[in-house]
Design a protein around this ligand. Structure first.
Ligand code: ZN
Length: 456
């Protein structure tokens, strides 16, 4: 017997898109145990299980570098912060990961979660208790008392929802250490937040450079990387200067921000899916023309600088902000690839590389997963269609024919319709205010007073 491992699964006859940018080529993909052991034409299969992929694309499973698995598509921050329970949030998150698998997602990064349940969910997935993609997670997002994207809903101190307010250098150090003790993979910082009377594009930087450095130094001493939510130029610049390992959004960069990001070569996860969905499809859910234009503008005004960063060698990663009503689980994990091609001007192969081998960085698995190559972990999808020509095909669920995770084919359970548990969402008395005019309209009474009112 040779010491070549016995193949356990062979995917034959497909067009391999390797996730590393090479032009598609025809080959068999041979898997043994958890890993790919060969990618070659007419491979010897030696009695392993076979998947016939003739005419299909064989590529790495998608990785989503920005997914909020614990949010469960809230309609508002009020709902997210005040209507959710810890145990139920964890149970529902465990159910929602199945939707990711069905969409061909074999890995995802959740930067911050309600009650820090991300740590528990990751451990449950790794222990084989919950079937789900590879997961890496942050704990609570670190916020200053100025807050983050939730504005005044953030308390002056303490924890709320996915966030923890840190008000002094001592609190910063203690919180970073506490989260690392509890097992987070990343520390997340909300470097920006909107303020009611701001005068700049994007959001206001709510941390000083000194404070950002302290987060990085404390986390890095304990071997933990730091990721920042930065919607604006100065925040992106300072996060790069402070030593952040990854930046979410990085919108509205100016020359100084670009220079810092390029010099420190900080991977960026622009995460335009949310904006793109609202801009393009918002009419279907009642979004106004005005807000749709505003969201498209954030993409358009940021795209040129992001492309410059990409051309200068900064890794551009694919994240979708899945977990909101505009980005429900399972439907949009491919969408950022479309935006990368359309708005950033990447080729489909470059976009696929971003969503696979480059995204493995967010999982701490660079070089380990995200590519069809001998030696890599076998996280593979088989897709009906020429994905290298049209990345949108990845959004058509029926085309995802096989999902292989860690060397084994995943059986996707049928997705069943669910209801919301009691108290999970805010319940309203109605959708309108019951003025007399409304009643008069229904009853046809008092037409005069109604007319007078609307004429005035
Ligand atoms: Zn996010």
């Amino acid at each position: 017997m040779s010491d070549i491992p016995e193949p356990s699964l062979t995917i034959t006859g497909g067009n391999v898109v390797d996730g590393l940018g090479r032009a598609p080529f025809k080959a068999d993909v041979v898997i043994s145990g958890q890993r790919i052991i060969a990618v070659e034409a007419n491979a010897a299969t030696r009695g392993s299980r076979q998947i016939d992929a003739t005419g299909m694309t064989v590529m790495p499973g998608l990785i989503d570098a920005h997914c909020h698995i614990s949010f469960d598509e809230p309609n508002s921050n009020d709902e997210l912060f005040f209507h959710r329970r810890e145990g139920l949030a964890a149970i529902i998150a465990a159910a929602n990961v199945t939707k990711l698998l069905a969409a061909g997602v074999t890995g995802f990064f959740d930067a911050d979660s309600l009650y820090e349940i991300g740590v528990d969910l990751r451990d449950a997935i790794e222990a084989g208790i919950v079937p789900g993609p590879r997961m890496r997670t942050g704990g609570n997002a670190l916020l200053t008392s100025v807050g983050g994207t939730a504005g005044r809903l953030i308390p002056d101190e303490g924890r709320r929802g996915y966030g923890k307010v840190v008000n002094s250098r001592d609190e910063i150090v203690a919180e970073v250490r506490r989260q690392i003790k509890n097992g987070v993979d990343w520390i997340k910082v909300h470097v920006t937040g909107p303020t009611p009377r701001q005068k700049i594009k994007g959001e206001v930087q709510v941390w000083s450079l000194e404070e950002l450095r302290l987060v990085c130094d404390t986390a890095h001493e304990l071997g933990t990387p730091v990721v920042g939510h930065c919607r604006g130029a100065s925040s992106t610049r300072d996060a790069a200067l402070a030593g952040f390992d990854m930046i979410l959004h990085a919108t509205y960069m100016d020359e100084a921000a670009l220079e810092a990001v390029v010099e420190h070569c900080v991977p960026i996860v622009p995460t335009f899916t949310f904006q793109a969905n609202l801009a393009e499809y918002g009419a279907a859910i009642g979004a106004s023309e005005e807000i749709r234009e505003l969201f498209q503008k954030e993409i358009t005004e940021s795209a040129a600088m992001l492309k410059k960063a990409y051309d200068a060698g900064v890794p551009m990663l694919c994240g979708t902000e899945s977990g909101f009503p505009l980005t429900p689980y399972g439907d949009w994990h491919y969408r950022e690839l479309e935006v990368f091609v359309r708005d950033l001007g990447l080729t489909p192969l470059q976009a696929i590389t971003a969503a696979t081998s480059a995204n493995a960085f967010a999982l701490g698995l660079e070089g380990e997963t995200g590519a069809i190559e001998a030696g890599r972990l076998a996280d593979v999808i088989v897709v009906d269609g020429d994905v290298a020509r049209d990345v949108s095909l990845l959004g058509e669920r029926d085309r995802i024919r096989h999902v292989i995770l860690d060397g084994s084919e995943v059986t996707i359970p049928p997705l069943v319709a669910r209801r919301d548990p009691p108290g999970w969402r805010p319940s309203n008395y109605g959708s309108r205010v019951l003025t007399r005019a409304v009643v008069d309209n229904i009853t046809g009474r008092n037409p005069k007073s109604h007319q007078a009112k609307s004429a005035g």
